[in-house]
Design a protein around this ligand. Structure first.
Ligand code: F6R
Length: 595
């Protein structure tokens, strides 16, 4: 989950590296560092700081003349956040300097073998082991590319490493497996980055490095090899800068900006996948789904919650469908039916747990669809089919618009298979609700946040589609407010959780699903009788006097599209009022590229 940058050629290295790290610090923000070749002294300088990239920028507050460098922002896996563990790391004799994203599974074994040869280490990272392994092999005066190909055969796990060899001022070397890394080409320079965000300001011709490759990056040339050093084809493509923007557009935080983009994201999906009165999905995908007898959804976190709704959609059109948490399925794969088909949801397309599942699915010859926001991501390139959400960059660690987009895309897909709803009319209704919440409901949501910001626990209650939404509302709240929260299906209350309800216990209840609304109203009476402080979110036709937020009616199956923004605004305001870092909550990072 770390962020990597690198550059060589006609570009100011310090400026690009710091800009790049600042752009990528949603991927990890416990320490940061850069290594650059000082053009006047021709020496490699390394500067590192603990904490977010801002500290590094402050420390490097001086002009620097440099045209070669690498940088890193870290999310700790091996070893606490500290200067020795921060990247760039060096080999024992400083011959090799590198930045690494990923996890080396056999690092202890490799480290022990180096210790036996007399090597010592400054920190606890697996990355330092890679640096000293390279140094050790280089001692035999072997070619660097050959050494890297040998090293790749020794490493188990995931890695994207940008490497500088002391004394070789004309190259950056890259080795890559399962962790993302992109290269961009400009006039007289090449840039590296873990995603397209930092690249696009400098150059929009971008290439996603494939797995199991070695790259030789120079200012005017870029060469790619497989692990046996066979040359590979490279195809740079243009990226649409409008979908890769970091602009806050006047908003104080990315999270609120992204919540406010939900309506336009839904509208864009409608146009992309249902232009001019007909659906536009890959015919082969539709046929594969039609032919399959079992749909296996696999995802994590917020994407898992969107998958729960997707599975309901598939069951409604008569398909068997089940949903699994990726980190569970990876170890205990459940494959049902004669013709199973896997659907993975991942906004980033880089989630390590899903990459693990993908490998397991391949071992069982399963075909798969990826629903993602990131074209060209590792999972997207590996999947048989993909649906791209085109929701634009989601920078806030807490996912919002991507969730609404995932549910919208799945609603469109299932309607393309079985035209049972007037999906465009229904999504237009949702857009009207989203717009109403944005323009009229925020003061009420903010007041609710003010009232509840010091709560120890907050519960969410719902049934059916409202329960699916409750799960996501609860995750979002705990993620960015650090308040303990649980989502409870209304009917389960009396089977245990009602014991948690006491005088003043805050409970937010969704009553927007007309199939379950009257049962929910009974649950509300039950918890009120035990002293709960209840806040009801309902739709006009299901509302009762005293409900906290009432929105216009929409079709229940689109609840998570229509009113997820209420849950998101609520979490946002609670976090804001508690003075927390809304966009970068503690311990979390945007793309979870480690298992
Ligand atoms: C929560 C959140 C996470 C992600 C999860 C999976 O706001 O964003 O729960 O949903 O880490 O990530 P993706 O969707 O990128 O596979």
């Amino acid at each position: 989950m770390c962020g990597i940058v690198g550059c060589i050629g006609k570009v100011n290295a310090k400026d690009y590296l710091l800009y790049g790290l600042e752009t990528l610090d949603y991927r990890g923000y416990d320490s940061a560092g850069i290594a650059y070749l000082d053009s006047s002294k021709l020496e490699l300088e390394i500067v590192k700081t603990i904490g977010p990239v801002k500290a590094l920028i402050e420390k490097l507050n001086k002009p620097v003349e440099s045209h070669l460098g690498i940088g890193h922002t870290r999310w700790a896996t091996h070893g606490v956040p500290s200067i020795p563990n921060a990247h760039p790391v060096q080999s024992m004799n400083k011959k090799v300097t590198l930045v690494h994203n990923g996890v080396i599974e056999n690092f202890q074994e490799l480290k022990d073998s180096l210790i036996a040869k007399g090597y010592s280490f400054n920190g606890q990272t697996d990355s330092e082991v890679i640096a000293s392994l390279i140094e050790d092999k280089l001692k035999a005066n072997l070619d660097v590319l050959y050494v890297l190909s040998e090293i790749m055969k020794m490493l188990h796990g995931s890695f994207a490493c940008s490497i500088i060899i002391n004394g070789d001022n004309d190259h950056i070397y890259v080795i890559k497996r399962s962790s993302p890394l992109l290269v961009a080409k400009g006039k007289g320079f090449h840039l590296l980055a873990s995603d397209a965000l930092p690249l696009i300001k400098y150059a929009n011709e971008v290439f996603d490095l494939p797995d199991d490759t070695i790259s030789l990056v120079e200012k005017d040339s870029f060469r790619l090899f497989d692990v046996n050093l066979q040359p590979l084809q490279i195809k740079f493509t243009q990226r649409d800068p409008s979908l890769i923007s970091r602009d806050l557009n006047g908003y104080p935080h990315y999270m609120i900006k992204e919540i406010e983009e939900i309506e336009s994201v839904v509208r864009r999906l409608m146009v992309s996948y249902h232009p001019e009165d007909k659906f536009l999905f890959d015919e082969k995908l539709l046929k594969t789904i039609n032919d399959s007898d079992n749909i296996i959804f696999i995802a994590c976190g917020t994407s898992y919650h969107a998958s729960l709704i997707g599975a309901r959609y598939f069951r409604h059109i008569g398909k068997n469908a089940s949903v699994f948490i990726a980190s569970e399925w990876a170890f205990y794969p459940q494959i049902m039916g004669k013709k199973p088909f896997v659907i993975m949801l991942s906004q980033s397309g880089e989630t390590a747990d899903l990459i693990h599942c993908l490998k397991v699915a391949r071992e069982h010859d399963l075909r798969m669809l990826l629903v993602t926001n990131v074209q060209g991501s590792s999972l997207e390139r590996a999947a048989d089919f993909s649906i791209i959400l085109n929701a634009g960059s989601e920078i806030s660690v807490a996912s919002t618009k991507a969730y609404a987009a995932q549910v919208t895309a799945l609603a469109l897909l299932t309607n393309a298979l079985d035209n049972r709803h007037n999906i465009i009319r229904d999504l237009n209704e949702c857009c009207a609700v989203i717009s109403e919440v944005r323009t009229s409901s925020k003061p009420k949501i903010e007041a609710m946040a003010e009232k509840l910001k010091n709560s120890r626990d907050i519960y969410f209650l719902g049934r059916g589609y409202d329960y699916d939404l409750s799960l996501e509302a609860s995750l979002k709240l705990k993620e960015i407010s650090y308040i303990h929260s649980e989502a409870i299906p209304g009917g389960e209350l009396k089977h245990g959780p009602i014991a948690l309800i006491d005088t003043g216990t805050p409970v937010i209840v969704f009553v927007t699903d007309d199939v379950t609304a009257s049962s929910m109203r009974n649950n509300i009476q039950e918890i009120k009788a035990r002293g709960a402080e209840v806040f009801v979110v309902s739709t006009e036709k299901l509302s009762l006097p005293g409900d906290t937020i009432v929105v216009r009616d929409y079709r229940r199956y689109l609840s998570s599209v229509a009113i997820s923004s209420i849950a998101f605004y609520f979490a946002y305001y609670v976090s804001l009022k508690k003075g927390l870092n809304v966009d970068k909550p503690r311990n979390l990072a945007k793309a979870v590229t480690v298992e």
